[in-house]
Design a protein around this ligand. Structure first.
Ligand code: SF4
Length: 279
C-alpha cells in the first residue's frame, strides 16, 4: 500500500468550475424556523409588551438561544412549559396558565400588553389560548391587555409569527373617525433608527400624520379608519393587511425593499439604459 492509498476522495475531482454548480431555487419559507422566532425582534420593538410562549422546553431553548438576554436585564419573553402532566391530561392547563400569568403580572408591573403565544405542543393538546386571553382580559384589563396568536411550527414559519402578532393587535387599535385627517401607517417592525429616519424623511416631504405599527409603546398604537392609508414595510404581512382593510384602511402599493421582488427591480433598474435626456 503506498501513501496515497490511505486517503479516500470524498467527492470525485472535477474541474468544470462554477458553471456546473447546482442551481438552488427559493421555494417559500419552508426550510426556516417556526413563527416563534418573530419574538426575537418584536420584544425589542414593543417595549412594554411581554411574550409568554405556551410551549415545551424545545420552544424555550429556541427563543432563549435565538434572542439571548443579558444577565442584568429583565427578559420580556418567557415560556410556560407544558409538561408530561399537561400532555397526559392530568392537570388543567387553563388553571396552570392563569397561575403563571397572575404571578408574572404581579412581579412585572410595567407590562401593558401580554401576548400568549401558541406553539406545537399547545396546539397538539388543543389548548384554547383565545379563551384563555378572553378570561385573563376580564381580570387584568384595562391595566394589561392580553392577546393571543400562534407561533407554532405546524401553522407558521419564521416571519409569519410577526404577521400573526400584528394581525392580533389590529382589532385593538383605536378607531379613527370617518372625517379624521388622512394619515399614513407604516406596518412592520422596524429598527428604531430606521423608524426615526422614516419619520424625518416623511416630515421633509410634508407628511406629518405618520405612525408605525407596532408602536414602541402599547398606549401609542396608531388609530385606524377609512382615512388611513398604510404601507407594508415587509413583504410578509398579508394577514395584518387583511385585518387593516377590514378596519377601513387602504394600502398604498409599493415595491418591497427586500427579497426577490426588490432584487429584480434593482437589477432591472441597474441594467436599463439611461433615459435619452441624460445622455
Ligand atoms: S413551536 Fe414547534 S417548531 Fe417551534 S420551537 Fe416549539 S416545538 Fe419547535
Amino acid at each position: 500500500m503506498n501513501a496515497n492509498d490511505r486517503f479516500i476522495a470524498l467527492q470525485p475531482q472535477t474541474h468544470t468550475g462554477c458553471a456546473s454548480a447546482p442551481v438552488l431555487k427559493e421555494r417559500g419559507q419552508r426550510e426556516v424556523f417556526c413563527g416563534l422566532t418573530g419574538i426575537v425582534w418584536l420584544h425589542r420593538k414593543i417595549q412594554d409588551a411581554f411574550f409568554l410562549v405556551v410551549g415545551s422546553r424545545t420552544c424555550a431553548h429556541l427563543i432563549q438561544s435565538a434572542a439571548g438576554v443579558m444577565i442584568f436585564a429583565e427578559p420580556r419573553f418567557a415560556t410556560a412549559i407544558i409538561d408530561e402532566r399537561d400532555l397526559a391530561g392530568l392537570a388543567d392547563a387553563q388553571d396552570e396558565l392563569d397561575r403563571v400569568v397572575t404571578r408574572l403580572l404581579e412581579r412585572r408591573g410595567e407590562i401593558r400588553t401580554l401576548f400568549l403565544v401558541g406553539s406545537c405542543p399547545s396546539e397538539v393538546i388543543k389548548l384554547d389560548l383565545s379563551r384563555a386571553a378572553a378570561r385573563l382580559n376580564q381580570r387584568f384589563a384595562p391595566q394589561v391587555r392580553v392577546l393571543n396568536y400562534s407561533g407554532s411550527g405546524i401553522e407558521t414559519t419564521f416571519t409569519q409569527g410577526e404577521d400573526a402578532c400584528l394581525a392580533a393587535l389590529v382589532p385593538t387599535l383605536p378607531a379613527a373617525p370617518a372625517d379624521a385627517r388622512a394619515s399614513l401607517v407604516v406596518v412592520g417592525a422596524l429598527a428604531d433608527v430606521v423608524e426615526d429616519q422614516f419619520s424625518r424623511l416623511f416630515a421633509q416631504i410634508g407628511l406629518g400624520h405618520v405612525a408605525f405599527l407596532p408602536a414602541r409603546r402599547s398606549d401609542a398604537m396608531p388609530a385606524v379608519g377609512p382615512n388611513t392609508r398604510y404601507l407594508l414595510a415587509q413583504p410578509f404581512l398579508a394577514d395584518t393587511a387583511r385585518a387593516l382593510e377590514r378596519r377601513g384602511a387602504r394600502r398604498i402599493a409599493a415595491p418591497f425593499p427586500l427579497g426577490v421582488e426588490a432584487l429584480n427591480i434593482r437589477s432591472r433598474n441597474r441594467l436599463a439604459p439611461p433615459p435619452a435626456a441624460e445622455i
